[in-house]
Design a protein around this ligand. Sequence first.
Ligand SMILES: O=P(O)(O)OC[C@@H](O)[C@@H](O)c1c[nH]c2ccccc12
Length: 393
Amino acid sequence: MEATISMKTATNTPTSLVSLQSIHSRPKFTFFKPNPLGISMAQNLPLSIRAQKSELKEAAAGISESDALKVKEWEVGMFQDEVAASQGIRIRRRPPTGPPLHYVGPFEFRLQNEGNTPRNILEEIVWHKDVEVSQLKGRTPLLLLKKALESAPPVRDFIGALKAANLQTGLPGLIAEVKKASPSRGILREDFDPVEIAKAYEKGGAACLSVLTDRKYFQGGFENLEKIRNSGVKCPLLCKEFVIDAWQIYYARTKGADAILLIAAVLPDLDIQYMTKICKMVGLTALVEVHDEREMDRVLGIDGIELIGINNRNLETFEVDISNTKKLLQGERGRRIQERGIIVVGESGLFTPSDIAYVQEAGVKAVLVGESIVKQSDPTKGIAGLFGKDISC
Ligand SMILES: O=P(O)(O)OC[C@@H](O)[C@@H](O)c1c[nH]c2ccccc12
């Protein structure tokens, strides 16, 4: 484990860096907990979760009521991770030993250990999202969002559009993704104009559009969603986000989304249940994404699910295998899905008409495609190439 200490100046720039020797035991440094919640509470906390919790309680005794509430939130977060692990969820929602950066007066400690270093890209994204969302929430509290929703334009029927396209063309309805970059593929398109791409997709026969709103890892943004929504494009819009907090659902709706992604690899069953209810309340369609059999079985155990996405890409390793769609729709699972009238979307790694035919044969009524069409100089033609024919009327 590597530990460094730096002295912070007024501008927060390190003026001296002292690299401490590798420490093999757990660090004994003073650190601030829980830093992402913005509480300055220096405690010599042992790093095991349980000990941390009880000491946090003691610490809470000496702090303000609102800070104590934040401490409570942190404790609940730690508990959520334990519940999630029991459901086979490997993604931890928060770093169990606290963030790697800690501040004591003018000093900044960077302590890296297995408890505060993300194990894979999905975990890193989720940890970053946690900090991002708590900052956004501070700026626009839920009450304000709810107020804004009173005058929001009506949502468009996402599932209806997919079904209609499927009926009309006999091919899976297309959700075309407005995607500039991804952590696995880097920049997909340099001359990225989200509205132009959205219009080209609509012209090419897309039933719905998916808009990446994550900035740090996908170079997306909510302004893209808003711009597309206000540009006259009629296709219903999916907000492609990493949702970890119900607040994001309300936020997406105020920015013009008609549907939102919920990722089963990140969210425990109760969260999916609760968030799909909130989606219904505000009129959004929830696209619940699974990647393996266990996630599919968890999601099939939840009432009220109408739309399931099978991601052919493993978000932890980036491996893509389109036979994943077939594997998850075989046998009893496929039968249950049909009985319940759930629409399945085949997601990721689809490039050719034979890829489309393969996932359609497996049972999907819709597909979600980004890379293969966003990379084409003319995305309208890209869609015709993907399906092997013009699907635009
Ligand atoms: O570019 P592709 O391989 O066609 O994939 C599109 C879409 O499926 C992918 O972007 C995606 C599926 N699920 C996600 C969750 C988060 C971010 C991105 C995704």
